[in-house]
Ligand binder design. Structure first.
Ligand code: ZN
Length: 172
């Protein structure tokens, strides 16, 4: 009887050791789980439309870095300020520049025109522009699409053009 108890105890010990080994094995197996890092993001869709809505926010960003329109047709562009900050703190406008215009030079000149929302009214470097608006406002302009090509657009509020600019592409 004593012998039987001992062997049972020994058996139990062996089983418990085996279990521990199994546990150790299973943790090793689950540890280096390799994640599938492949991006599932779809490529940005390239749309050509002469009705454009572009947003500016309180983080000094436009929501579009590229606008594509068709040549020979009018463009209707709406600028929406989706932020909450006032026009004199975080004002936004949308200015389409003629090719060959130096953005930094233009934006520096524009700073002199505070009373006009930083839009140099007589500048011959602009193809079109909106007025300057504050948080919660929006404004719409209509202009003829310039000839086929790629143009720069910016916000000319002081300090904004660095992060608020993009390409305006006119296609056939
Ligand atoms: Zn701005």
């Amino acid at each position: 009887m004593k012998k039987l108890l001992l062997s049972l105890a020994a058996g139990a010990l062996i089983i418990s050791c085996q279990n521990k080994e199994k546990e150790a094995e299973s943790t090793e197996q689950t540890a280096p789980a390799v994640e599938n890092v492949e991006s599932t993001e779809a490529p940005a869709e390239e749309t050509v439309s002469n009705t454009v809505t572009i947003e500016g926010n309180d983080q000094m960003k436009f929501n579009l870095s590229e606008i594509k329109v068709k040549a020979g047709e009018p463009v209707t562009l709406t600028l929406k300020h989706v932020g909450t900050q006032a026009k004199d703190v975080m004002g936004h406008n949308w200015i389409l520049l003629k090719n060959g215009t130096d953005i930094a030079t233009f934006a520096t000149d524009a700073m002199k025109f505070k009373d006009n929302g930083y839009i140099p009214e007589n500048a011959d470097q602009m193809i079109a522009h909106t007025e300057t608006i504050g948080g919660g406002e929006e404004t719409t302009i209509t202009f003829d699409a310039p000839e086929v090509g790629t143009y720069d657009f910016i916000c000319s509020f002081p300090g904004h053009y660095g992060s608020m600019q993009g390409k305006f592409i006119v296609v056939e």
